[in-house]
Design a protein around this ligand. Sequence first.
Ligand SMILES: [Mg+2]
Length: 169
Amino acid sequence: MLKKFKPDMICKSILDIDLETLIKKGINYLIIDIDNTIVAWGEFEVRDEIIEWLEKAQKMGFKICLVSNNQKDRVKKIESMLGIPAIYNAKKPLKSGFLKASQLLHQGKKNHQTAVIGDQFFTDVIGAKRLKLFVILVRPMKEKEFFVTRINRIFEKKILKYYEKDERE
Ligand SMILES: [Mg+2]
């Protein structure tokens, strides 16, 4: 069961994702989580280095859509700050938010060229894998989070250990 949800890549931060490698894999579309992936939990500003990374990706030809389980106000603020379309209240790990994003990016026709980037196994990875999208799991920018998320992290750590062991074998 766990093998089915194994992230295709695991990185420390979105800044560590090698965009050239993604292009070589035929990926041109990015669906990116907001909280703790591009904005630290509880913060309102997108850090300069993240903005630069997003701009670089766009210059290289990537089309980007943000997908967040967070509410309209916060998501819309970040959408207008970055000038990148964003889906709010996405209800990950359900498929609907990802489907809206892939519709917006390529009318849902190029899922095989689409990668999802997020920091949570139970929302980002499971949701994306259900649609068979390429998934990159990044470490959360800040540890302080909602209670439910904190509980999920305990299981997430165990799952990551399992994958690390799986890689070694
Ligand atoms: Mg997140």
